[in-house]
Ligand binder design. Sequence first.
Ligand SMILES: Nc1ncnc2c1ncn2[C@@H]1O[C@H](COP(=O)(O)OP(=O)(O)OP(=O)(O)O)[C@@H](O)[C@H]1O
Length: 236
Amino acid sequence: MTTDHASSQRVVVRLDGVRKEYGDTKALDGMSLEIRAGDAVAVMGPSGCGKSTLLNMVAGLDRPASGTVEVNGQDLGELNETGLALFRRRHIGMIFQFFNLLDDLPALDNVALAGQLTGTSARQARRRALELLDELGVAGRKDTYPAALSGGERQRVAVARALMNRPALLLADEPTGALDSRSGEQVMDLLIDLNQIGQTLLIVTHDPQLATRCAGRLIEVADGRVARESTREPSA
Ligand SMILES: Nc1ncnc2c1ncn2[C@@H]1O[C@H](COP(=O)(O)OP(=O)(O)OP(=O)(O)O)[C@@H](O)[C@H]1O
């Protein structure tokens, strides 16, 4: 893919002059960035620099004091809380360090529920959930409850759940942070595969290996702003 082609891709995330303070702390201090369809972006930076705040803004879990956040062409500032929740379910998939699966539902239901919450019928949602678990290599664990899954299996189920509604954007917050190195590498390979089939990724991490392996763009944040940005050619 040439640079010209890449720059013509649709904008999936646009932050413009986003500010957020907690008391005297400037968590985001006029942050602007753009992520285009098919990008795999890693956000790195020291503890407290504003990474989680950025992720929360993009996910519509928090609102800026000023500036705008646009995801998939929607200005999130125009949505009320119900609208934001609906938008998030439909357009954004999220995976977390500690998986955030529902303990009292087996793997298949954890995934299918994400579809049912956006109005997909139970039967259709279960069919798609099973396909996703199969693609991610955990279909054999469909009836297993999260507590009996390994960390790597839990994260695969969480990825399946995040993909259920074919999100425009997959957000990942330290997705390998709680995994042993082998499971972590498998999740990295999975993220690379997803990006290669066109999934837009935004990954927040402290792990340079995760960032360099999975992301073609690295954004370094310091003091609530983009301090440095670099790109590399995707590995063949
Ligand atoms: N709810 C909150 N109340 C008060 N201060 C907050 C809150 N959330 C974040 N902060 C402060 O805002 C700044 C940015 O926090 P943020 O969590 O975004 O950083 P981070 O880069 O994600 O850190 P880490 O890498 O440690 O997770 C920090 O100084 C933090 O203490």
